[in-house]
Design a protein around this ligand. Sequence first.
Ligand code: OOG
Ligand code: MG
Length: 258
Amino acid sequence: MKHIVYMTFLQIATQLDNAASNQKAIPQLHLEQNFSLMDAYEIQKEVIQHRIGRGDRISGVKMGFTSDAKRIQMGIDDLIWGRLTDSMEIANGGFMDMGRFIHPRVEPEVAFRINQTIDRPILLEEIHTVTDSLALALEIIDSRYENFKFSLEDVVADNCSSSAYVLGDWLDSSVAFRQDQISLEIDGASVHEGYPDAIMGNPFQSLVDAIRLSLDNGLTLEAGHVVLAGAITPAVYLKPGQQVMCHSHSLGTVSFHN
Ligand code: OOG
Ligand code: MG
């Protein structure tokens, strides 16, 4: 019989942080380590503590598996959320250093900017009181697990694969954008197309849930924080030397090169 060494949450978090820092994937943890979904969020908090210890600040939260496209691609049906930190941001049009990642993938998203400290759940009907800006965004996800293979608990512990994000220009959140096609282009060729409403039928619903879930877990969203609503289309693996662009008529352009 194989001898299993059980790790503490801190040891698991350290393994995940090392995998990210050394750009070296690790096998799925949840096959052997038994931790619950609630435990996974505790591990995620520890993972972020490592980044905060190196000087990072929380810059917001990201939602995951909010569209059918993503749920089907990854085979997981549950909503997940993770923490963003400021060092994950890449300037619009900027350079993404592939050497800092394991096997990065890119996906198109919508980002919301929070305009005040939020200390209670917010209804969809009143969501415009807590956000006044939104932007087209690209998220770069980089699972610390080999081959991007994970269970729900694994991916939550791994801070939902977050690794980097690029924000387009902030626009007034009253802009009509939800039924406007967005396209993800690599080197000038469209690889995926979709609509913002693919996110929960209304991307603002993802923001409502982000607020509720982060409050439940003791994270207070504040003015200036960013919420990534989740990918509209499946994610695409990146290769060095690419120009990656996402465009919508109403939201404009967001891009990076690597
Ligand atoms: C998990 C992260 C999911 C999204 O937008 O749905 C996510 C993954 O796919 O590795 O960021
Ligand atoms: Mg995402």
